[in-house]
Design a protein around this ligand. Structure first.
Ligand code: SAH
Length: 452
């Protein structure tokens, strides 16, 4: 197998129209008739002006209908019960939200019209809209979503020939971790995503699949540090893994972190079977602190101890991610030091070639060098494999599509009146995700997938 093909496989840079915009346009007249009280207020799509994200405590309900996804299935059940709806109504509504997400309440075709109208008055079905949709030849699709306050986040759908349909999702707008090589943190940290904003990413990605298919895996490897927004992430995953929600097995959820020991412990305490991936990227504190600044306060030892506790508590083998950056962390002595760290542990190492980010000086090592690094690890008895990226052409680095978008916006504002053909976005794309561990292609039969 040629690594060149794997890393640089052909794919296209198509930017296709966002699905919801088109459908929404067609939907307008019917909506106006059915919902005369809020005719200009789409369930899908932001208001013309940026506005504050709605509060989830109900205090701003008069101004902004409550986001539908702030309601757990149980709460929705109570709401329907209070209206005297039959028991089966909950299943019907949940179907249109999670299994076959529709664009508006009006499209919930087996729900009585009066109930659809009441739902529309009480709730906002979508708070995010698709600004950009990009597709690679291998089927990987990436969405840039606009949030209610005008911020943007990325999410990605990965497909493979085993039928895995993996959603890669973001947990924050921007990132505070400031990893030296990563595009996500270049613009700094903006805010945490609410649970409903995390869930909506999954639903937008679900909408890219035909009705017969479903999302099978989740990797929390998009923008942001998931463990710095653990509460909201856990709330979103609760629904994503619930049979009333998206019904995705908890064992098929991978959470990737820079390594925050107290949060790793909290995650372990939940008793959930989520798979933990730690972005190690360097075998010594000196080097890691340069690449992952949060390491200065934490240190590799404390992180590895937390990983050990996670394994002891959950029985789930922790994956260590190691992004190989040419001339930085890719020498054989790094492999030897890494092997030393991993030995006597039930961990697994994923070696990933760096995806260059144009604004940053880092480069990817040659495929031969990547192979040499992994061979060295294996010689030392480490369970390691090279992880290949999907959708390479739309995946230059974490958060990069968002950066292009913001740059294009600034340019656009500066040159108001000039024709804007969207090329600045159409030519470049970046997806933050790799395949989940279960979707990796081992370079030999020694590599066992740690995921379900
Ligand atoms: N904050 C989380 C999630 C970040 S994105 C974490 O650090 O794990 C998921 C993975 O992509 C991380 O391992 C991150 O270090 C890696 N990554 C970021 N930019 C990359 C790039 N340009 N090339 C390869 N991997 C990258």
């Amino acid at each position: 197998m040629s690594l060149d093909t794997e890393f640089g496989g052909k794919s296209c840079h198509t930017t296709v129209p966002p699905i919801d915009q088109d459908q929404h346009a067609e939907d307008q007249p019917a909506r106006a008739e059915a919902f005369p009280d809020r005719t200009n207020d789409a369930d899908v799509g932001p208001p013309a002006q940026a506005e504050q994200p709605p509060r989830t405590d109900g205090a701003s309900e008069r101004q902004y209908p409550r986001p539908m996804l702030t309601m757990t299935p149980d709460e929705l059940d109570q709401w329907l019960q209070a209206r005297g709806e039959p028991r089966y109504r909950l299943r019907q509504v949940l179907h249109w939200i999670y299994q076959q997400p529709v664009e508006s309440f009006e499209q919930m075709s087996d729900i009585p019209k009066s109930l659809r109208r009441d739902l529309h008055r009480a709730f906002r079905l979508w708070t995010t809209r698709v600004l950009e949709r990009q597709q690679a030849e291998d089927g990987t699709e990436k969405l840039l979503l606009r949030l209610m306050d005008g911020e943007t986040v990325e999410c990605v759908l990965l497909r493979d020939d085993r039928g895995h349909r993996t959603a890669c999702i973001s947990t924050q707008v921007g990132c505070a971790m400031g990893c030296a090589f990563c595009a996500s943190g270049l613009g700094g940290f903006k805010r945490n995503l609410a649970a409903y904003e995390i869930l909506e990413q999954l639903l937008h990605l679900r909408r890219l699949l035909p009705p017969k298919e479903r999302l099978t895996h989740i990797v929390v490897m998009g923008m942001g540090e998931p463990l710095a927004n653990l509460k909201n992430l856990l709330a979103a995953l609760e629904v994503a893994t619930s049979p009333s929600g998206l019904g995705i097995s908890g064992r098929r959820v991978t959470i990737s972190t820079v390594g925050i020991p107290p949060a790793i412990d909290r995650l372990a305490e939940t008793g959930k079977p989520y798979h933990l991936a730690i972005s190690l990227h360097a075998p010594t504190d000196e080097l890691r602190s340069r690449l992952v600044p949060s390491n200065q306060h934490t240190g590799i030892k404390a992180i590895m101890n937390a990983a050990d506790r996670y394994f002891a508590k959950t029985g789930r083998r922790v994956t260590l991610e190691y992004v190989l950056i040419a001339g930085v962390n890719d020498r054989l002595e790094h492999a030897v030091a890494l092997a030393e760290l991993v030995k006597n542990r039930t961990a697994f190492v994923n070696v990933i070639a760096y995806n260059p980010v144009p604004e940053l000086p880092y480069r990817s090592p040659s495929p031969a060098r990547v192979q040499r690094f992994v061979d060295k690890l294996r010689e030392a008895g480490v369970n390691a494999r090279i992880r290949f990226r999907k959708g390479v052409s739309i995946e230059a680095g974490c958060g990069q599509l968002r950066r292009r978008f913001l740059a294009a916006k600034v340019q656009d504002n500066g040159a108001r009146g000039k024709a804007q053909n969207g090329n600045s976005l159409g030519q470049v794309a970046a997806a933050p995700c790799d395949r989940p561990n279960g979707q990796d292609r081992p370079t030999d039969t020694a590599g066992q997938s740690p995921s379900a």
